[in-house]
Design a protein around this ligand. Structure first.
Ligand SMILES: *Cc1c(COP(=O)(O)O)cnc(C)c1O
Length: 387
């Protein structure tokens, strides 16, 4: 029995695809591994809030000795719903200018729960080729018809919608707003325009990498592109820029009610700890005041993207703080990542099947607590490699 699994693991090792949990020690925006301290260029803590001592202290000062509970002890439908949940949902619905919001335990829970709840045999899900694994898993669980459109290719999407227009009662178009491996963005207004031509289309947009980072108030790409009200189901996570844990959807009240009745990961899992939701609530309130962080992150990212193009003359799909350096070759990518780590930069090689064949890359993820000097040092290091 166990030999089967051993063999499978041996194969992974032979293909250089064996995964292990790294042993890391965190020190602010630095990470220590095997005694070596490196700038963490692989974190999703885009606003640099995870290590913000001032915010942490302000949060604890607000509660003093009356900290919210460390557990909800039950699903929200039983006894696990606390007032802080409703407060955060109300705050978010107001901020987004929508009827309602609903919280989930994680982005993964959201994506594997919402799609199966909303889709049935008369539903077609049409997803961007590059959507996150959690949405793919959600689509699999939905057991409905499913087609993918070429990445950000809305002419292809329209062909698919046209072709299936009469066959399905509902079509759910699924995309990310900022894509996690290329750092490029969807054109949400174009998707909204398409949706308006097809009354049976609903838009499902995952803002995991954009919430907190984009938009005047940090509400994401839909805010930046001015279409918050037109996205039927706008999903995001709290585990990235919001330095917490959990996820949300903002949507119409009917959809919220429907999810509460039909969404299995919401119904059958213990709700987030109230302490955690209170922390998210506290940080969400800070979002409008973090413009300086967002602006700094935009300049830092622009600087690194331009430098990579100038030095290596490579493709640069990114428009965000996720900055890929696409080398193509697997072995070269692994070797370059190792060299960067030796130089004090914690960045990781990303290879197929996570990204398409021939596009192996190093994925730099910048955060607002980094300085220009630090990014300049990284650029100097890349320059050395090129020579
Ligand atoms: C990280 C991520 C998720 C998962 O969110 P978690 O809260 O970490 O479970 C979902 N979608 C996208 C696009 C992500 O990048």
């Amino acid at each position: 029995m166990i030999q089967h699994y051993q063999q499978q693991l041996a194969e992974l090792k032979a293909q250089n695809q064996f995964r292990q949990l790294p042993q890391l020690i965190h020190q602010g925006r630095f990470i220590q591994r095997e005694g070596k301290t490196m700038l963490n260029l692989s974190s999703n803590d885009y606003l640099g809030l995870a290590n913000h001592e001032g915010l942490r202290q302000a949060f604890f000062a607000q509660y003093q000795d009356h900290l919210p509970a460390f557990t909800s002890s039950s699903s929200r439908l039983l006894t696990g719903s606390f007032p802080i949940y409703d407060e955060l949902e109300t705050l978010m619905a107001q901020a987004f200018g929508r009827e309602s919001a609903l919280l989930f335990n994680s982005g993964y829970h959201a994506n594997i729960g919402i799609l199966p709840a909303l889709a049935d045999k008369k539903t077609l899900i049409v997803a961007d080729k590059l959507v996150h694994a959690s949405m793919i898993d959600g689509i699999r669980l939905a057991q409905c018809e499913f087609v993918r459109f070429r990445h950000n290719d809305y002419a292809h999407l329209e062909q698919i919608l046209q072709k299936n227009d009469r066959t399905f009662e509902r079509m759910i178009v699924v995309t990310e707003s900022v894509f996690s491996m290329d750092g490029d963005c969807a054109d949400l207004n174009q998707l909204v325009a398409l949706k308006q031509q097809y009354p049976q289309v609903m838009l499902y947009v995952d803002e995991a990498h954009a919430i907190g980072v984009l938009g005047e108030n940090g509400l994401g790409l839909a805010e930046q592109q001015g279409c918050l009200e037109q996205i039927d189901i706008l999903v995001g996570t709290f585990g990235k820029a919001l330095a917490s844990m959990g996820a949300y959807a903002v949507c119409d009240q009917v959809i919220r009610d429907y999810l509460i009745n039909k969404m299995r990961p919401l119904i059958f899992s213990t709700a987030l700890p109230p302490l955690n939701v209170a922390w998210t609530h506290f940080l969400f309130q800070q979002l409008p005041h973090l413009k300086a962080e967002r602006t700094h992150l935009v300049s830092l990212s622009q600087h690194l993207r331009q430098a990579i193009v100038d030095i290596f003359n490579v493709l640069m799909p990114s428009e965000s703080c996720i900055v890929p350096y696409i080398l193509g070759d697997n072995a070269l990518t692994v070797k370059t990542a190792q060299r960067l780590q030796q130089q004090g930069y914690y960045c990781l090689p990303i290879r197929p099947p996570t990204v398409p064949k021939g596009t192996s890359r190093i994925r730099f993820s910048l955060t607002a607590d980094m300085s220009f000097a630090e990014v300049d040092q990284l650029i100097a290091c890349l320059q050395d490699f090129a020579e």
